[in-house]
Design a protein around this ligand. Structure first.
Ligand code: SPD
Length: 427
């Protein structure tokens, strides 16, 4: 008896693939769609995710079943399955193409016959009533469904993006990418971690800058550590009393990516008050003269890779030294919910350096950062209090004169209110 099946399911193992390709969600999506089309399948929908730190998973739903992939860039390995029904689609064409496109050194396959007809009996089911011929046709136009996912082992945040990366490069410090997402506009990622999105970057940058700048009597000289996207600089320059800004960013490619794709953030880079230094801020603050700045803003990335050294006691001792007597420093201090240990350690360090009473944590709500709850550390050298010493008329006139997205007088005070669990973390 000849054995006929409803479908062919080819399980594919590809070894020694190009790791960079395996970690690029847009390329993987494109290659999988090309494989489907070459094997004469009709694509219905696609859904692809990138995971941090690395790896891509995705599926191409075809009228004749599906193609799916899971990649392990760190092993150069891809697990793929090509499931086709009927006899118009050839899964072996897809296999040959995928092996070549992913630059696999070796591949192996296993074929399963799915739905063996001699083991089943066919029932007659009523067909759905269709009113016209048009509605019978399956739409050949599919919607790209590609996702950027930032996650650790327990929590993930995904943003759907338009498919092709706008910018993708590797510097000697990190991987830099810009995605175009549907909900949050363009997104800058460093080593697959979201740094800012066009839609909610104002929250971060306004809170990071206006809180210390408006607490200081007259900030004339400002230092920005990091901040390569330009958002912090843009906000600092809204304060007309500023005479000069030194910005020390380690990675010129972050600035390049922002200038190319995030004009709303990077528009202040050609301001004549700016002295832009591409160098390691740790070294810069070590060499910098005592009492050089009124305000220092630490706009660093998370404490992995190039930013690790910006969370140490030695670094903050230097910041303390280079601040003037009435100087103020603000540092982004991660999420108390997500980066709990880093948060606790950082505040311990800051309290040792600036004295406990001179360190004031404050919060803001940034949906695209892990947990949405983000914190900043306000540290003053001479004991300036961020609420008691604030000139309310000054804040109101600043807010009135600048069309801000998030910051205002009430937010300023409210931001320093701590939920109980944060108070506990801080001891
Ligand atoms: N996980 C997000 C940490 C963001 C810290 N800095 C962002 C830079 C924006 N200028």
């Amino acid at each position: 008896m000849s054995k006929v099946s409803l479908g062919q399911h080819v399980l594919v193992e590809l070894y020694g693939c190009n790791s960079e390709l395996l970690d690029n969600v847009s390329s993987i999506e494109q290659i999988m769609c090309d494989a489907a089309e070459r094997s004469k399948a009709t694509i219905i929908n696609v859904s692809f995710h990138h995971f941090s730190p690395y790896g891509v998973s995705g599926v191409v739903v075809i009228q004749e079943s599906h193609l799916a992939i899971h990649t392990w860039p760190e092993y150069g390995y891809a697990a793929i399955d090509v499931f086709t029904c009927g006899n118009t689609v050839d899964p072996w064409v897809a296999y040959a193409y995928l092996k070549e496109a992913l630059q696999a050194e070796s591949g192996s396959t296993m074929e399963l016959k799915r739905g063996q007809t001699h083991l089943m009996t066919r029932e007659r089911l009523e067909e759905n009533i269709v009113r016209d011929e048009k509605s019978r046709k399956i739409q050949a136009v599919y919607k790209r469904n590609v996702w950027l996912t930032e996650r650790d082992e327990n929590i993930a945040l995904s943003l759907r993006h338009k498919g092709n990366l706008l910018y993708s490069d590797k510097s000697e410090y990190q991987k830099i990418e810009v995605y175009d997402t549907y909900a949050y506009g363009k997104v800058l990622c460093l080593d697959s971690l979201i740094m800012c999105t066009e839609k909610d970057e104002q929250v971060y940058h306004e809170m990071m800058v206006h809180v210390p700048m408006l607490c200081h009597a007259e900030p004339k000289r400002v230092l920005i550590v990091g901040g390569g996207d330009g958002g912090t600089l843009r906000e600092v320059l809204k304060h007309t009393c500023v005479e000069s800004v030194v910005m020390v960013e380690i990675d010129a490619k972050v600035i390049e990516a922002s200038k190319k794709h995030l004009p709303g953030l990077s528009k202040a880079f050609n301001n004549s008050k700016l002295d832009l230094l591409i160098q390691d801020a740790i070294k810069y603050v070590e060499d910098c003269a005592k009492s050089s700045f009124d305000v220092v803003i630490i706009d660093n990335s998370d404490p992995v890779g190039p930013s690790e050294g910006l969370f140490t006691r030695q670094f903050y001792e230097n910041i303390d030294r280079i601040l003037k007597e009435d100087g103020i420093m603000v540092a982004q201090s991660e999420s108390p919910r997500f980066n709990t240990e880093v948060f606790k350690d950082l505040y311990k360090t800051l309290r040792n350096v600036f004295a406990c009473d001179n360190v004031h944590p404050y919060l803001a709500y940034i949906p695209t950062y892990p947990t949405g709850m983000w914190s900043f550390a306000f540290c003053s050298k001479s004991g300036i209090h961020p609420i008691l010493d604030l000139s309310q008329p000054k804040v109101m006139s600043f807010v009135q004169g600048n069309s801000l997205n998030y910051y205002n007088l009430k937010i300023h005070s409210a931001a320093f209110a701590q939920p109980n669990f944060v108070c506990e973390l801080l001891g």
